[in-house]
Structure formats: structure tokens, C-alpha cells
Write a protein that binds this ligand. Sequence first.
Ligand code: M6P
Ligand code: ZN
Length: 195
Amino acid sequence: MRELMRPFKTLVNMKSGQLNPCRHVIERRLSDMKGMYLDAQAYSRLLNQGDKLIYKVYEVDVAQEAGQLIYCTTIIYPGKVGNEYFMTKGHFHLKEDTAEIYFCLQGEGHLLMQARDGQVSFLQMKSGTIAYVSPYWGHRTMNTGDKEFIFLAVFPGDAGHNYRAVEDRGFAKILVEEGGSPQLKRNPKYVAEPE
Ligand code: M6P
Ligand code: ZN
């Protein structure tokens, strides 16, 4: 019989989002987000000022296999590229019939979700919000506040990350600041999925 995995715990620093212990820390900088923001000129201008840290992920050390639950904290820093808010790359799950839970710990943000058939769902998140990303929906988060937006994510161990569709097609909507508040706009660069 396979040896039992021992139960364990980790600690989240509720202010900084740091998870301890964690398997690894992913840092995504502006240069990792090439082509993801609509305003290419604003992107280049900002990149010329330095390769800013956009977000960070602390991930627990749990096997990426069925039956497990992986969890991680994400910290998205405040800022914009042009008028588009700092955001995660966004992904579908490789195993698309898997869901995910987001629990906001700090700050303010938005969760944009998109199904393969073009449906879009959009949820505002603040400290205490628990958002449910249903199976089959691609998901991306944005920081729409002026301090760090921090949330905990939990997903099945065998979900996996698929960035391909987002890199090739983008999301159907973008979130921009207009008149001092976040506005969801059509993304003119979006390439719809074939029927
Ligand atoms: C959340 C989860 C993670 C994801 C992270 C960053 O914490 O959904 O699985 O890796 O956000 O998002 P992305 O992988 O799209 O850059
Ligand atoms: Zn996910």
C-alpha cells in the first residue's frame, strides 16, 4: 500500500500574503506579460522605466495529482499599463472540468472569467469575498485598488495550467480605468474561438 501523506499546515501572513512554508514563489514581471495589454506603446514606455514586478504567487508543496488540493496566494501590485489595470496572465485548466476557489484577503480587485463559447463573467472582489470559478471557465484577476490585491486560490491537484488560449486569443474583455473607476470594455484584439 502507498504510504499515507501526513496532514500539515501552513501560515499565511494576512498583510503581505506570504505563505510559509511554500514550494516555490513565482514572480511575473512586465516583460513576462508581453502582448497581453492592449496599449503596446504604454507597455513599451513603462518597460523602458524598468521591468516592474506585476504579481507574485506563493504555492504550497503538494503533489500535482488527482485527489490533492493545491493552494497558493497571489499578490497583484497596484498599477496600470496605460489605463489597463495590472493583472495575472490568466489561464484555463488543462483538465478543463475542474473548478477553483478564490478567497480575497486584502485589497480590491476583479475576477474576469470566460468560457470557450464566448460567455463572460465578471466579479468584484474585496477582503472576505469568496469567488467560485466553475469548471471550464478561463480566469484572470486584476488589481483595481491602490494597494496590494491579495487572494488565496484552491484547485484540484490535477487541474494544471493552460496559457495557450489566452496567449493566442486574449480575453474578450479588458478592464480599464475611465473617469476614476474600472470599466469593462470589449477587447478589439480578441480572437474568438472557432465554433
Ligand atoms: C491564482 C491561481 C494560480 C495561478 C495564479 C496566477 O493564484 O489561479 O493557479 O497560477 O493565480 O495566475 P496565472 O497562472 O494565470 O498567471
Ligand atoms: Zn486556475
